[in-house]
Design a protein around this ligand. Structure first.
Ligand code: ATP
Length: 227
């Protein structure tokens, strides 16, 4: 029985330190391919699973605002910024689920690497009771998951994105997106060496980032003037 109502809303968490085309292009592809009503980009405040971001959460969210301006369907959600302590995905999904009601399909997007480590996440079993899990794969990303996770996933796995509209939560879908060889780590490294990262993110983001010098770029001798 179809107990869902409305087009799916999706959540894409990340540190976005800083945002780049490797975040934006896959999000646009997912929006279209899965027929989503919107993707909420949620910058993490205190990510529990990784080193702390270089830039403060609000500054990362402001750069994200600039990045999504003019891209229909991509929205910045600051819900994790006001919560003290670690940003657990289960709390964020719970918050969104309350806002959307019980019947609206909700999807949580995660990379295949993150999915492989899912069983270490805080209250991981509750994630699928709050949302569908969309495991975003990039070309060549094929390594198997642990047997226990595979066993948990099998009865929940669907291959047709249309299934995401049939129930509000509970399915696992693998979906491939274009592989863009861009990472925030490489961008931060590049900037720290005094090299430009222009072209790896929207120009408006690049100019904001370079003008503020927030990642230590440009060094004084290389100061740039946009426009
Ligand atoms: P870092 O290099 O600091 O670890 P990152 O560039 O991988 O950061 P995150 O902010 O951690 O970016 O990622 C947010 C989400 O975007 C994650 O789900 C991640 O898998 C995805 N993502 C990041 N880079 C790419 C890319 N080049 N192509 C597709 N998805 C990406």
């Amino acid at each position: 029985m179809n107990n869902a109502r409305g087009a799916p809303v999706a959540l894409l968490g990340g540190t976005f330190d800083p945002v780049h085309y490797g975040h934006l292009r896959p999000a646009i592809e997912l929006l279209e391919a899965l027929n989503l009503s919107e993707i909420r980009l949620v910058p993490g405040h205190v990510p529990p699973h990784r080193p702390q971001p270089r830039l403060g959460a609000r500054a990362r969210a402001d750069l994200l605002d600039t990045a999504v301006a003019g891209i229909p369907g991509l929205v910045v959600d600051r819900c994790e910024l006001d919560r003290p302590g670690p940003s657990y995905t289960v709390d964020t999904l719970h918050h969104l689920r309350r806002a959307l009601g019980d019947r609206r399909p909700l999807c949580f997007m995660m990379g295949q690497d993150a999915f492989r480590g899912l069983m270490r996440w805080h209250e991981w079993r509750r994630l699928a009771s709050l949302a569908h899990l969309v495991v975003v794969t990039r070309g060549g990303d094929t390594a198997a998951v642990a047997p226990a996770l595979d066993e948990w996933m099998r009865p929940r796995r669907v291959v047709d994105p249309a299934a995401l509209r049939v129930a509000p939560s509970g399915y696992v879908l693998f979906h491939a997106v274009s592989r863009l060889e861009i990472s925030a780590t490489a961008i931060r490294r590049c900037l720290a060496l005094g090299h430009s990262a222009q072209g790896l993110m929207p120009d408006a983001v690049w100019h904001e980032l370079a003008l503020s010098g927030c990642y230590g770029y440009p060094q004084v001798s290389r100061a740039i003037t946009p426009g």
